[in-house]
Ligand binder design. Structure first.
Ligand code: ISE
Length: 342
């Protein structure tokens, strides 16, 4: 690290997530500061860098990586740009927090895996923020300690009020269910071995654009079954829930506590409008933890292997969308030594 104990971060991509991470690094996170931002769109980059002391805007990716005081990279560009960008980052041997997905497909993920193995040490952390959500962390601890026995089934719901205009049916899997793919693998500590997709009649809000909602079913390496309702045109808010059914009980996260309201003939709570609010604290914890371990010279969290395995499940999921409920198997390479936990 070049700067007195403070990690200088280049934020690559200044869309919704990138801009939010620049704000976070500038005002929330300790031990780091954003020193460079890159985006291919000059106006946007300058706007994001403008309010941040000592942060320079770049429209040249390599220049941003080589900027003075850059010790690490936060990659928040769209997934299709990740492979080339990650290869350049690895070439410079810089630690990187890569927003999900690692890459959009398993072949390109394997190229990244290969480059990291050639480097001989882990440099990539994939930003699956649910791993840093307080409720999910409690669920993970409960499952790890077998408090309720073995998990047999998980029921998941993932609802967005509406998707961005360019959202496609494949993105239901690649952009949304990708989170349940990661949480399933992480919570259960098992690989997903097959995927099935069932598509009911679409909501009128989605009709003509895509079949939404969909039910996605995973089978895992130790025969658990996970069902995911993905519904990105639900209209009423952002909701992510997960219930693990274990041998001696069940545990559910995502019901939302918070304020209790009464009025206009109803009672109840509030639903967050988007993932930015629902997972705000998780993003803070994720970035703080990445900064802390990076400053200590380590790499932890979801690895490039997790990114690869997730991409392989996504591929099977997209094929399953057109397979009329048939089971599509997930094929993985053998886990390389660098990514073995034992
Ligand atoms: C979006 O890209 C995200 O990552 C959100 O967490 C997810 O809920 C949403 O469905 C995706 O489109």
């Amino acid at each position: 690290m070049t700067t007195k104990d403070t990690l200088g971060v280049a934020v690559i991509g200044t869309g919704r997530m990138g801009a939010d991470h620049v704000r976070r690094l500038d005002t929330v996170i300790s031990g780091a500061r954003p020193v460079a931002v890159f985006d291919a769109f000059p106006g946007r980059t300058e706007e994001v860098a403008a309010g941040v002391d000592g942060c320079t805007a770049y429209t040249d990716f390599s220049a941003a990586l080589s900027a003075p005081d850059v010790d690490a990279v936060l990659l928040a560009t769209p997934g299709k740009a990740h492979k080339e960008q990650l290869l350049s980052i690895l070439e410079r041997d810089l630690p990187v927090l890569c927003e999900k997905p690692l890459t959009p497909d398993s072949d390109s993920a394997l190229e990244v895996l290969k480059a990291e193995q050639e480097l001989g040490r882990r440099r990539i952390t994939v930003g699956f923020m649910r791993r840093y959500d307080a409720e999910y962390m409690r669920l993970k601890a409960l499952l790890d300690h077998h408090e309720l026995g073995r998990p047999l089934v998980m029921h998941c719901q993932h609802r967005n009020p509406q998707p961005p205009p360019d959202f496609t049916e494949q993105m239901l899997i690649n952009d949304s269910v990708v989170h349940e793919i990661d949480t399933t693998r992480w919570l259960l500590g098992q690989e997903i071995t097959s995927v099935r997709v069932l598509r009911p009649a679409p909501s009128a809000a989605a009709s003509g654009r895509m079949r939404d909602p969909q039910i996605v079913l995973f089978e895992t390496s130790r025969q658990a079954i996970v069902d995911v309702e993905i519904f990105v045109h639900c209209g009423f808010g952002y909701q992510v829930r997960c219930e693990a059914v274990c041998e001696r009980g069940t545990a559910r996260v995502g019901d939302g506590g918070g304020i209790y309201l009464q009025g206009e003939g109803r009672w109840g709570g509030e639903i967050t409008p988007s993932f930015i609010e629902r997972f705000g604290a998780a993003y803070d914890r994720e970035v703080q933890q990445w900064v802390d371990v990076t400053r200590a010279g380590r790499t932890e969290g979801a690895s490039a292997w997790d990114g690869y395995a997730t991409a392989a499940v996504c591929e099977a999921g997209v094929r399953a969308q057109d397979a009329d409920g048939d089971r599509i198997s997930v094929e993985l390479i053998e886990r390389p030594t660098l990514y073995r936990e034992d």
